[in-house]
Design a protein around this ligand. Sequence first.
Ligand code: ATP
Ligand code: MG
Length: 284
Amino acid sequence: LIVFYFGNGYLTVVGFTVTAGTIYAYNTYLTGIIEPVGVLFREIGNLQHSLVRTERIFKVIDGEQEDDSFEVLPRVNGNIKFDNVWFSYVEGQPVLKGVSFDIKENSMVGIVGHTGSGKSTLMNLLLRFYDFKSYDSGRIFIDDVDITTHSKRSYRKDIGIILQDPMLFTGTLADNIKFGANISDEEAIEILKSVGGESLLNKLPNGIHEEMTRGGKNMSIGERQIISFARVIAHNPRILIMDEATANIDTETETMIQNALEKVKKGRTLIVIAHRLSTIKSAN
Ligand code: ATP
Ligand code: MG
């Protein structure tokens, strides 16, 4: 536009004295100014990001410190008691309404109920993934000891949990089974076989040294559950909780999981949250 306007004026308008050199210089300066202005605006965007990040850093720093002490408590026997537990995630919408039950040590208990009825919530509370707030009430005991009397770290060591959607981590299968437990590769293989993972093991080209991808996306949910069974047995918990996967599992995997359950229930309190009644047909 500039070239056209001034060029046209130079040729047609009498007394028009702008030279080609001036137009060229003007144009060069103009392009030169665009870049710094662009940078300026990009930096404003960066500044906004930094402000948000700084705010979050301060949130972490200001976060409430939870009791992280680690007392070496004697191994629990595995009696569990819920005493009139009322619990809401959101105030005014109770999920558990006066739940009471008693689980004796070494028994196998099945929990069934509709989706969203609060089965996983029971376990969230037993493991204190959520704590009671002022509008909740009731108490939870393990071996007649209120679970809030010790730090979370010290009482969780005797509880094992197999989640609905088990998590695997980057690393080998062996790493995923050991997960901090002090056992050898051979023991890890033994444990995996004992919970019915033999066919899984044979399928993997590198066996126990097969690399897992983050989240375990290279394994089916059933296989992931078998691996988390092995992981939990490696840590030898006194209370074992299994939250059965809702996703469809084939009959073969189901049999695999049932056999695994039979193996692991000896000498443990076993709580199975089940979606298929066949899983808990041997429950007390
Ligand atoms: P499923 O059989 O599908 O696993 P569930 O019985 O385990 O279901 P819960 O996960 O215990 O169900 O959820 C019980 C209720 O609590 C649901 O209505 C759910 O929407 C609600 N809920 C669960 N977790 C939270 C949370 N973190 N925040 C708010 N509400 C939640
Ligand atoms: Mg659940």
